[in-house]
Design a protein around this ligand. Structure first.
Ligand code: ADP
Ligand code: MG
Length: 211
């Protein structure tokens, strides 16, 4: 069973992982009300079990303000219906726009041979192309998680390769929390991509879970 971004973030939050606030809107007025509650700027995202890479189909718009939220809401619905007439659309997720950080990916997969594994690496929409990831068979310790970060290029950036140091401990904690919840919920597959990493703290900005 595929769990959409909104529901997946609820699970992450219940396990102590910080996520973007927000809610799913059915109408442009809904969207405006949600945005006023969480505060501008917001991000609009298409919610559809038939769309995996939302940004590839114009399903992610960043930096929405109160002046363009209604127009962009309507445009996103129309564009998606035009481009993917078969896609079932559950609504539009109105979420808080996170400040810019370093984008990493944390994933869970079930390997036929090794069982459940956890993955860490460079995140963002080009994650697959960049191919800067490392995996471990679960369960893992905090030391394992630290080593995973150390052996990736993006980990070097987090450790200060460009002069700025990021919250490595928060990343380690998140890798451990994701590993534990994958056991608890018997997860087949999970992706947090991206997890934004800051000098203090992290935030899960996109997530999907398959249980
Ligand atoms: P998908 O992976 O399905 O294309 P994402 O939700 O990951 O869509 O969004 C694509 C990119 O947009 C992310 O990698 C991130 O850079 C940016 N982004 C998405 N949501 C937010 C947000 N709430 N705040 C800031 N940036 C975001
Ligand atoms: Mg993503």
């Amino acid at each position: 069973m595929n769990i959409n971004e909104f529901e997946a973030k609820k699970i992450l939050q219940s396990e102590g992982i910080t996520v973007t606030s927000g809610s799913i809107a059915q109408t442009a007025n809904d969207a405006r009300r949600i945005a006023e509650q969480i505060g501008y700027p917001v991000v609009l995202k298409i919610v559809s079990e038939d769309i995996v890479h939302k940004s590839d189909v114009g399903g992610v718009i960043l930096g929405i303000t109160k002046d363009n939220i209604k127009g962009e809401f309507i445009k996103m619905i129309h564009h998606t219906q035009e481009k993917l007439p078969q896609a079932r659309i559950q609504g539009i997720y109105v979420q808080k726009m996170s400040k810019l950080g370093i984008e990493v990916i944390i994933g869970i997969k079930n390997d036929a041979q090794f069982g459940r594994v956890v993955m860490f690496g460079m995140g963002g929409v080009y994650a697959e192309v960049m191919n800067d990831t490392t995996v471990r068979i679960l369960p893992i310790t905090e030391d394992d998680a630290r080593q995973m970060i150390n052996e990736t290029k993006i980990g070097k950036v987090l450790m200060g390769a460009r002069g700025k140091v990021y919250d490595i401990q928060a990343v380690i904690d998140t890798i451990i929390k994701v590993s534990l919840l994958s056991d608890k919920y018997n997860v087949k597959e999970l992706d947090i991509n991206p997890l934004m990493v800051y000098d203090v703290g992290v935030c899960a900005v996109d997530a999907r879970i398959n249980i």
